[in-house]
Design a protein around this ligand. Structure first.
Ligand code: ADP
Ligand code: MG
Length: 355
């Protein structure tokens, strides 16, 4: 039995596991397919096997009935679920994810860790936190801490900062946008104000990009409304699986291509980053508006408050348009480890909590 602690970011769409290594540095533990983050998706197979992660996410597109995603939105609620004739709760579904994350991390590193710190949104109340803790316990884990995600992010970024600083954490994930103002000093973090939109996230960017690819394919293939591929399930499944990857490509490159097939039509469809940014500018604008609002709330509490650092967290903050639009609005935001910062901070916190 190891005394080490995993930090777990149990996300709405993706989860991550981190560990403080022997050099005292936080480090992400990759999953068995070598990814830093694992989709928080559970798929219930016919033969009774439960599949978690990328494979579950892929299968979900074509077989949504037997899959469960976004369960975090129901944590702490009375929300019974049924899959393949068995009953589940938000806690028991989350437990399946946690169990997989930990057993996977342990087998990757030949470890035997069962102590964890799990992060939750800053707006989670007692009931939601309790449900999250219970999920850990159902998974057979010893939950040594439940801490807010922005606090974990702040710890991972400024744990060694001695001077008091006011931080704004801008966390744009897969299905939610959260922004938090915190005061941080030598590892002590206090939440000053929180705001966000629980229904705004990477999935909205995916939807916009899907629409562009679909329209362009129809145009290139000369299809009209009488022969609309969007009614073809197989076609749409293929498109949806490819769109999120294309979006990630657009973070790295100026354009992304998808090969789309429908009936006898086969087209390479290309979308540029510029086109994608234009189609989603209204979404970025919403995050800016909420950012302004949270600063106002914090200033109402602490007149004269100024933000020292704006920190970009969450997978969707990787998109270059986020930093540039924030800069245009007068917020000079810094890149961080994005979708990995929260898990790393939880690991640092967990290590400090040990006797
Ligand atoms: P959660 O909201 O579950 O905490 P994350 O912070 O991991 O999730 O963010 C997940 C979102 O980030 C997804 O919508 C994913 O497509 C998006 N994402 C991850 N990497 C990139 C990237 N390189 N470029 C654009 N979006 C990304
Ligand atoms: Mg998150």
């Amino acid at each position: 039995m190891s005394d080490k602690v995993y930090g777990i970011d149990l996300g709405t769409t993706y989860s991550a596991v981190a560990l403080v290594n022997d050099d005292g540095m936080p480090e992400i533990v990759k999953n068995f397919v070598g990814e830093d983050t694992t989709p928080s998706v559970v798929f219930f197979d016919e033969d009774g096997t439960v599949v978690i992660g990328s494979q579950a996410k892929q299968t979900q597109v074509s077989d949504p009935e037997n899959a469960c995603s976004l369960i975090k939105r129901h944590m702490g609620e009375e929300f019974p679920l049924e899959f393949r004739g068995r009953e589940y709760t938000p806690e028991s579904i989350s437990a399946l994810i946690l169990k997989e994350l930990v057993s996977d991390a342990n087998s990757q590193n030949n470890l035997d860790i069962s102590k964890v710190v799990i992060t939750v949104p800053a707006y989670f109340g007692t009931q939601e936190r309790q449900a999250t803790k219970q999920a850990g316990e159902i998974a057979g884990l010893e939950v040594v801490g439940i801490i807010p995600e922005p606090v974990a992010a702040a710890i991972s970024l400024c744990a060694r900062q001695e001077q008091e600083q006011t931080l704004l954490i801008f966390d744009l994930g897969g299905g939610t946008f959260d922004t938090t103002i915190l005061k941080s000093c030598a590892g002590q973090v206090e939440v000053v104000a929180i705001d966000g939109n629980r229904l705004l996230g990477g999935a909205d960017w995916d939807q916009c990009l899907e629409d562009i690819f679909l329209d362009r394919f129809k145009e290139q293939a000369g299809l009209d409304d009488d022969n609309d591929p969007s009614f073809d399930e197989d076609f749409m499944t293929e498109l949806r699986v490819e769109v999120e990857d294309a979006k990630k490509t657009l973070t790295q490159r100026a354009s992304a291509n998808i090969l789309l097939r429908y009936q006898d039509k086969k087209e390479h469809v290309k979308v540029t980053r510029e086109e994608f940014e234009e189609a989603t500018s209204h979404l970025v604008a919403q995050t800016i508006e909420i950012t302004r609002r949270v600063i106002e709330t914090a200033q109402n509490k602490f007149p004269g408050l100024t933000v020292d650092r704006y920190l970009l967290v969450g997978g969707s903050s990787r998109m270059p348009m986020i930093r540039t639009t924030l800069a245009e609005a007068g917020f000079n935001a810094e890149n961080t480890d994005f979708d990995l910062s929260v898990a790393k901070g939880a690991a640092i916190f967990g290590q400090g909590e040990l006797p």
